[in-house]
Structures are given as structure tokens and as C-alpha cells.
Design a protein. Structure first.
Length: 250
């Protein structure tokens, strides 16, 4: 029942699957929605005349997935090779097989270079021919994090402060709320043998930094900020430009 409830919440919020960033020892995940936005941006920037449609990312071979070194967020996919499947529309300015091959290369490169996803397969399907280019809708930001005063335990302020100080973190998020909250710390029930507390941190990352590197740095910073050095998992729910700071009021 808990897994079904979590899946329903994820779908309602539109974040999609929670994908492993890096390998089994990295303890980091990214929402499918955030990863898809980065891949879609790469396609728009580097493959003229293409518009991505539905894009999904999942395990290429679930049987080859590995156990992560820390407890994952609820229903997150285990570390393993990933497959991208996408529909796309394109203009007729270039042969469609040539466009598809270029798009396949760009998506795989963006997944590895910008995010740190272990994508080994990219499956594409042409669904339409495009006419004149249409403007893309403006992206909407996810809700902001709770304030330090809303932290649910005494260590919450330390966790939030350490995470925000890492280069490449634009803000903390709370998409899964208490299922992985910004400053949630707990001693996990499974596996019961874990000797330390576990901390799960949600955040948005700056696209100027490789996402998996940001997540690794946050894990280290949060672990070192607490005296008992807990295990730490990171969930990236958005990859976005930082908001401009307001200037002084004259």
C-alpha cells in the first residue's frame, strides 16, 4: 500500500520516475521530469528543426541493476544502465535518419555530460513533420522549500545550511515532502542493521554544474555538518538557472 501511495503521489506531482545519478556508490537520484527538461533543452539547442514529444527514462536491464550504498528515496530506481525512449517531430530540411542519429547522439551526450546519467540506449520514434517553428512555453518552478523554522528536528538547520552552501545548488525543494523532505533525518527501518541515521535532501541544481557532481558534494557537506556523520541520499528535482538576486532598494 505504501509503495502504491508513493507512486500515486509522484504521478500527481508530475516528477516521474526517480532515476539513479552516477553509480551505486553515489547515493544520488534525479526526477525524470528534471532530467527530461535538460535533455529537451539540449535537443532544442543542438538539433535545429526538432521538437521532442514524450520522453521516458528507465532501466535498460532491471536484472543488471545494483543495490545503492544508502537507502534510496521511496520507489527510486536502483543504480544501473538506463534507456531513453522518446518521440520527436522534425522538419524535412534534412533526411529523417540523419536527424534521428544526431538527436540520439545529443541526448546520450547531454545525459552523461550535463547530468551524470548512465544512459546506454536511446530509442527514438518520428511522430510528425514540423512546419514553422512554434514558441516553447515558459517553464514553471516547483514550490520553494520550507524555512529553517519549519525544520522537523534540531539538525534540520545544519542540513539545509550545508546543502545550500554547495556550489551548483540553486535552492532546496520539497516535492516528496515527508517522504524525503529537505531536512528530514531518520534511522531507517530497512535495513535494520544500519548503524547511523539517514538524511535525505531534495534540491534544485544549476545547469552550469554537472548534476551528479553537485549531488556528490552535497552528500559530503551534509554528512560532515552533523556530528554523527549519517548516511545521506540526494534527490535532484529540478535543474534550473538560479533566480537573480534583487538589487538594493533606493
Amino acid at each position: 500500500m505504501t509503495a502504491e501511495w508513493t507512486q500515486a503521489v509522484r504521478q500527481r506531482l508530475g516528477v516521474g520516475r526517480l532515476l539513479p545519478l552516477g553509480g551505486s556508490r553515489d547515493g544520488a537520484w534525479i526526477s525524470e521530469q528534471a532530467a527530461g527538461a535538460v535533455l529537451g533543452s539540449a535537443a532544442t539547442d543542438e538539433v535545429p528543426g526538432v521538437r521532442l514529444g514524450t520522453l521516458r527514462i528507465g532501466l535498460a536491464d532491471p536484472a543488471e541493476a545494483r543495490e545503492p550504498v544508502v537507502p534510496p528515496p521511496p520507489s527510486a530506481l536502483p543504480p544501473g544502465a538506463l534507456r531513453v525512449t522518446a518521440d520527436f517531430a522534425a522538419t524535412a530540411e534534412r533526411p529523417l535518419p540523419e536527424t534521428a542519429e544526431r538527436l540520439r547522439t545529443v541526448l546520450a551526450d547531454a545525459a552523461a555530460r550535463r547530468l551524470g546519467l548512465a544512459v546506454t540506449e536511446v530509442d527514438l520514434r518520428v511522430t510528425d513533420l514540423l512546419g514553422p517553428a512554434e514558441p516553447e512555453p515558459e517553464p514553471r518552478r516547483a514550490p520553494g522549500p520550507p524555512s529553517a523554522a519549519e525544520a522537523k528536528d534540531p539538525d534540520g538547520y545544519l542540513v539545509a545550511t550545508a546543502a545550500r552552501a554547495v556550489a551548483g545548488v540553486t535552492r532546496l525543494t520539497s516535492v516528496l515532502g515527508d517522504r524525503c523532505g529537505v531536512v528530514r533525518t531518520e534511522r531507517p527501518a530497512v535495513p535494520a542493521s544500519l548503524p547511523r541515521r539517514h538524511v535525505c535532501v531534495e534540491l534544485a541544481a544549476d545547469p552550469a554544474h554537472r548534476t551528479v557532481d553537485v549531488a556528490r558534494a552535497v552528500r559530503t557537506a551534509v554528512r560532515d555538518a552533523l556530528e554523527d556523520h549519517p548516511t545521506v541520499a540526494v534527490l535532484v528535482t529540478a535543474v534550473e538557472e538560479p533566480e537573480a538576486e534583487a538589487g538594493p532598494v533606493m
